[in-house]
Design a protein around this ligand. Structure first.
Ligand code: F6P
Length: 543
């Protein structure tokens, strides 16, 4: 499909003009002119309510942004994704994570195969394993029940599992211990295993490719740790399972492929937490809750697929990000969950958003002449308020923020939850409306302190509200951000599903490792800085 370059779209030009008219209008003014915007500029889907009225937009902005999305072919690209077409052009594959949560009985034939049937057959096998571990039926090599589950993986094979485990810990089987090892830094392995009994430990080696150096290095150390303690290679069969797309490499590593849970190359690593990569999640919360989570994902998928753009939560959030990045020069977007269980959600989102949209060429290979993916980052509230929110309130940069809150706490205790939630609304209010010079003076502030206390406001926020954090709602929330990322990628006309940029560092590391490990002084033919650093490292290492 041929698409007019972004900056030549008529809606882009209209947005430029529109920005010159309303870009500096203060939110105080927008609310004064239009008192109903708080009830109107909102949308709701699948148990999530989005208030986007505290953004620097009018109805006209939303109309133009949706027009831009249409002109950029968002709807066609979305439909092509759902049909399983090869929208990941640089790797010539579908990006079909939406098939991972299609209900049993649905059919989606891709390249001659019904992928929904494949998905459910793996989910069924995962459920059998999960139940056997949860019930104590799965025994280790010495006959003891498994009590510890250790996921070994990195990137999408770690961040999804660890985020979901933390998010859904409330629903987890508490007599099981879960650990996550990702970093090739041995400290990660040593600290994660130091208090575990090998007899009661199951390792899940999670790697889409089963070729990732960090994961294979940790997996080898895990095997040494286990075999060293249990005294026999035969122990591996009862203590290792694998999640991968590559059966040959799993077998070569020495894991019985009967203990392998499959997924497919059409699942991107950062879109895989609801595939077999979620095995640790399913063991923690049980198959029923895992299926609830899938249903939440699916509900948001259906909303994204069918709702008009103007009422479509992920589309609106994605377009707002585009609005700020392109027309306000915004570089970063904060995501602050006011829910302690979501403490790893920002870290999870960093891979989802930045590995997806950190691209500099369009799908047909032209260098873009506009900005693409912003930096996403965040921390749970209210902790962040006492560290970096100062810069958001009074710094010189514009940082739009998503604030995520819930009507109920999973741990109701005195008035904690109301205090927590009042901060969600108060932050959105303070960021939007600030405090004028007059207001500061009227408080009797000494004149020389007045400028320090003025808060300009006009800082945009989205507020997302759900009832309570459930497996279902977690699925909905993740799918919301997945499709927001998709929307941004469609407008920027980039491939949100490859990640070539991370390859070069891996190749160079592989070239450098021998120089660090060799006993003899190596011949160094890198640049002078790298050569000097390697020499310094070797000197420190051998001191
Ligand atoms: O290096 C980036 C990356 O390829 C991610 O996209 C992926 O999630 C991660 O590495 C892990 O890859 P794998 O699951 O194949 O071990």
């Amino acid at each position: 499909m041929s698409i007019t370059p972004l900056r030549q779209q008529s809606s882009w030009k209209a947005l430029e003009q529109h920005h010159s008219e309303i870009g500096t209008t203060h939110l105080r003014e927008l609310f004064a002119q239009d008192p109903g915007r708080g009830e109107r500029l909102c949308a709701e889907a699948a148990g999530l309510y989005l208030d986007y009225s505290k953004n620097r937009v009018t109805d006209e902005t939303v109309r133009l942004l949706c027009e831009l999305a249409r002109e950029c072919g968002l709807e066609e690209r979305r439909d092509r994704m759902f049909r399983g077409e090869h929208i990941n052009v640089s790797e010539d594959r579908p990006a079909l994570h939406v098939a991972l949560r299609m209900p049993r009985g649905r059919s989606l034939v891709v390249d001659g195969v019904d992928v929904v049937t494949q998905v459910h057959s793996v989910l069924d096998r995962m459920a059998v394993l999960a139940q056997r571990i949860r019930s104590g039926q799965w025994r280790g090599h010495t006959g003891k029940a498994i009590k510890n589950i250790v996921n070994v993986g990195i990137g999408g094979s770690d961040l999804g599992p660890v985020m979901a485990y933390e998010a859904l810990r409330h629903y987890s089987q508490r007599d099981l211990t879960f650990r996550f090892i990702s970093n090739v830094d041995a400290t990660d392995f040593v600290e994660a295993t130091r208090d575990l009994s090998p007899e009661e430990t199951l390792f899940i080696i999670s790697s889409k490719t089963f070729g990732t150096l960090e994961t294979l290095t940790n997996a080898r150390s895990a095997r040494d740790w286990l075999v060293g303690a249990l005294g026999s290679d035969e122990a591996v069969a009862r203590h290792f399972v694998a999640v991968s797309t590559n059966a040959q490499r799993v077998a070569d590593f020495g894991i019985d492929t009967d203990n392998m849970f499959e997924f497919w190359d059409w699942v991107g690593g950062r879109y895989s937490m609801d595939s077999a990569i979620g095995l640790s999640t399913m063991i923690a919360i049980g198959p029923e809750h895992f299926h609830d989570m899938l249903a939440g994902f699916h509900a948001m998928d259906e909303h994204f697929r069918t709702a008009p753009l103007e009422e479509n939560l992920p589309v609106l959030m994605g377009l707002l990000a585009v609005w700020y990045v392109e027309f306000f020069g915004v570089q970063t977007i904060g995501v602050m969950p006011y829910e302690q269980y979501l403490k790893r959600f920002p870290a999870y989102l960093q891979q989802l958003t930045m590995e997806s949209n950190g691209k500099h060429v369009t799908v047909d290979g032209h260098v873009v002449d506009y900005d693409t993916g912003p930096v996403y980052w965040g921390e749970p509230g209210t902790n962040g308020q006492h560290s970096f929110y100062q810069l958001i309130h009074q710094g010189t940069r514009l940082i739009p923020v998503d604030l995520i809150g819930f009507g109920k706490s999973l741990n109701p205790l005195r008035d904690h939850h109301d205090i927590l939630s009042s901060n969600v609304f108060a932050q959105a209010q303070a960021l939007a409306f600030g405090k004028t010079e007059q207001e500061v003076r009227d408080e009797g502030t000494p004149p020389d302190v007045v400028p320090h206390r003025v808060m300009e406001g006009n800082r945009p926020t989205n507020v997302l509200l759900g009832e309570i954090l459930t497996p279902r709602l977690l699925g909905t929330l993740v799918a919301l951000y997945e499709h927001s990322v998709f929307t941004q990628g469609a407008v920027w006309d980039i491939d949100s599903f490859d990640q070539w940029g991370v390859e070069l560092g891996k190749v160079l590391a592989a070239q450098i490792t021998p120089a660090l490990t060799s006993a003899a002084e190596p011949e160094l033919d890198h640049d002078s800085s790298t050569n000097a650093l390697i020499r310094r490292y070797r000197a420190l290492k051998h001191r």
